[in-house]
Write a new protein. Sequence first.
Length: 107
Amino acid sequence: MSKKTTTRKKRRVLAPSQKYEMWVALLTGQGTQREVAAKYGVDRSTVVSVCRAAKEGALAALSAHPGRPGMSLEQVELAEAKAEIERLAATVTEQAGEVGLTVLGVM
């Protein structure tokens, strides 16, 4: 049996502080994605993923109201959907009442 050798690099795990430094370096223009990836010994796709996660986290933190935890995108969409269901239910109830009155000849 022959052994297969792989040329794949061992996955590098970055500390949160390294990810933050990576994001700040790109944000402030201290380097390109390629340069930052080379500096930390990771692939450019890792740099893109770190920046995407940092952006989402920053937006979530900034959207939070003081004294309340921020709502995730799913929670916001759920709240909007529930409000829409309540509005539609009220409309249907109102229309059903109007139809009932019309059938009875009240209107």
